[in-house]
Design a protein around this ligand. Structure first.
Ligand code: THU
Length: 162
């Protein structure tokens, strides 16, 4: 038996003012995306902004449904929008933020496993890292350089592609 360790490095900022201009702008866009969240059941709004290599920014927000599992997270709404409309686009970075009137969110909200799996496949397909920024409104920001750091053991089965 061998005991192995994985290390991940990520950046922590006290607020978006500490970010480089393009990352700050991406966080502000994620915040704007909260406005289109359809979340009457959880009352938990999630907004995502994705920057493409061309500089274009694509937004997404969580979309719920009375049949709960039919809803979709903000990250996947934004990613699949790109997949469906610009399948060859290269994603540079994405920012995620959340808001609810029900309680105060004091730390960045990190993505669910299903969204990480989808991010991992976009990253694998384009063969360049996607930086992920988790932004707590008016608070701390975490920036991870690659989806690989968030989901090092994502499902990979190359033989399914043949
Ligand atoms: N949600 C997201 O949009 N992204 C995540 O990564 C986790 C959760 C949404 C789904 C649901 O509409 C609400 O947050 C509460 O779970």
């Amino acid at each position: 038996m061998k005991l192995l360790n994985l290390n991940i490095s990520f950046e922590q900022y006290a607020g978006i003012d500490e970010l480089a201009e393009n990352d700050r702008l991406l966080c502000e866009n994620a915040e704007q995306a909260l406005a289109t969240s359809y979340s009457p059941y959880s009352k938990f709004k999630v907004g995502t902004a994705i920057r493409l290599a061309t500089g274009q920014i694509v937004l997404g927000s969580n979309q719920e449904n009375l049949a709960y599992p039919s809803g979709l997270c903000a990250e996947r709404v934004a990613l699949f929008t790109i997949g469906a409309n610009q399948p060859d686009a290269v994603i540079e970075s994405m920012a995620i933020t959340a808001h609810t009137d029900t309680f105060e969110i004091t730390k960045p909200v990190t993505s669910c496993g299903g969204c990480l799996q989808v991010m991992a496949e976009f990253e694998r397909k384009q063969k360049t890292p996607i930086a992920v920024i988790f932004y707590c409104l008016n608070g701390e920001v975490l920036k991870v350089p690659s989806v690989k750091s968030l989901l090092p053991f994502s499902f990979v089965e190359d033989r399914l592609e043949r």
